[in-house]
Write a protein that binds this ligand. Structure first.
Ligand code: IMP
Length: 183
């Protein structure tokens, strides 16, 4: 099946193409930027985005909304992750955590699919881990160089794409979404 992925993020595109490619789905980028509503949950953003895109294109589309939730910052940047990345970046987040012993954080991703009839399904994935004290690695994107997932020593930016996909919030959310799409 050919599916359009509504994203402007080449890092996300690479990950989702690898995931769906393994399931024999061909994923193509849809560059139409949907308005990201201000909402408390990633799922609300995804549903509003899919409704907006479906009204314009009337074809099957997938999107995701994700964020980094840092425990000691009470979940910040969370739903504001994109804005914080653009303004402060990884270095700014490291500064916010300077002197803080508690480095617990998690990535969350909500992945959504709208079918040709406008029916929407969503699935969510979480990747628990910690924020380290410096940036490491050149792969991945976004906050990957400062995040080490639980059970690993390497940052997401130091891991091969396939390994990140196997354990990441996005990998889990899209694997569950692909299963639900078949049902
Ligand atoms: P959005 O889902 O496009 O709104 O992304 C939210 C922010 O979190 C962006 O700044 C992304 O770069 C960042 N982000 C989302 N997923 C990941 C990831 O898997 N690794 C690192 N940063 C991510």
């Amino acid at each position: 099946m050919r599916i359009l992925f509504g994203t402007g993020n080449p890092g996300k595109l690479r990950e989702v193409q690898a995931l769906f490619g393994a399931l024999d789905h061909e994923v193509e980028q849809l560059k139409d930027e949907y308005p990201e509503i201000q909402a408390d949950t990633l799922e609300e953003v995804v549903i509003a985005g899919l409704e907006w895109l479906w009204n314009r294109h009337n074809v099957p589309i997938i999107i995701d909304d994700s964020g980094l939730f840092i425990e000691t910052l009470k979940g910040f940047p969370g739903v504001y992750s994109a804005y914080v990345f653009k303004t402060l970046g990884c270095r700014g987040v490291l500064k916010l955590l300077e002197g803080d012993e508690n480095r617990t954080a998690e990535f969350r991703c909500c992945a959504g699919y709208v079918d040709a009839n406008g029916k929407i399904i969503t699935r969510s994935g979480t990747s628990p881990g910690r924020i380290i004290h410096e940036m490491r690695g050149t792969g991945g994107f976004g906050y990957d160089p400062i995040f080490v997932p639980d059970g690993m020593e390497k940052t997401f930016a130091e891991l091969e794409l396939d390994i990140k996909n196997r354990i990441s919030h996005r990998g889990m959310a899209f694997a569950m979404l692909a299963k639900a799409m078949k049902e």
